[in-house]
Design a protein around this ligand. Structure first.
Ligand SMILES: [Zn+2]
Length: 57
């Protein structure tokens, strides 16, 4: 798990899964820092922006 930040500044947790031996084949799953809702999230809970690993800080 790594802590990253949405472009709005809200922190999210990112879990990486390597899909193959190539380092470029990585799947990222996002989780809310506060797990009130439990489990994965697809958009930022604050600004509603779709979470994209390439756009997180
Ligand atoms: Zn956000």
């Amino acid at each position: 798990m790594q802590k990253r930040f949405c472009s709005c500044g809200h922190p999210v947790l990112v879990s990486y899964t390597w899909l193959g031996r190539g380092a470029s084949r990585v799947h990222a799953a996002f989780y809310a820092l506060q797990r009130r809702e439990g489990g994965r999230i697809g958009v930022c809970p604050v600004c509603g922006k779709r979470l994209d690993i390439d756009q997180l800080k």
